[in-house]
Design a protein around this ligand. Structure first.
Ligand code: ATP
Ligand code: MG
Length: 147
């Protein structure tokens, strides 16, 4: 049913949970699994500025932030392979997260995108983050939002 599943990972616990669901789905359907992380260009968006402030980080800490995300994604890949998935791919793209996720999904003929309901931002009141909201609206394929 799902030949190729995409898990969008921003390094948050929500996205790690989404990745676990993506792994289960890929195991069930014998799907290829791609892990996608979109890095933003360095004109810092408010959200990232606030994240840095909350974590007492500075712009100079950003490469460390990316390294941490890379490690999280690598852990997901190792877990997926340990669970028997043979075709796991990791992709890094630069740009706006929602647009990049939707465009990548289209270009790679993805059948299902799995994302978290929320991400890194600690803005508790909204049920859905803006990336999950936009991806669900714009994607041409099935989107699973993991809560
Ligand atoms: N840069 C990214 N690269 C890959 N996936 C992402 C990225 N940003 C968000 N996602 C995916 O979208 C999900 C929802 O995150 P989202 O960014 O929408 O929520 P938020 O950070 O809580 O809110 P917002 O970013 O709107 O302030 C994440 O769990 C992740 O699966
Ligand atoms: Mg976010």
């Amino acid at each position: 049913m799902f030949k190729h599943i995409l898990a969008a990972i921003d390094g948050s616990e929500h996205s790690t949970k989404a990745a676990k669901v993506a792994i289960e789905l890929a195991r069930t359907y014998g799907s290829d699994l791609t892990l996608l992380h979109v890095t933003r260009k360095l004109d810092l968006p408010d959200q990232l500025k606030e994240y840095l402030k909350a974590e007492h980080l500075t712009r100079e800490d950003l490469p460390a932030l990316d390294e941490a995300t890379k490690r999280i994604i690598e852990d997901v890949r190792i877990k997926a392979e340990a669970q028997g998935l043979k075709r796991v791919r990791t992709i890094f793209r630069e740009g706006k997260p929602a647009r990049s996720i939707v465009d990548y999904a289209r270009s790679a003929s993805i059948d299902a995108i799995v994302i978290g309901s929320r991400g890194l931002s600690d803005f508790e009141s909204a049920l859905l983050g803006s990336v999950s909201h936009k991806v669900a609206s714009l994607a041409g394929c099935t989107v699973m939002i993991v809560k």
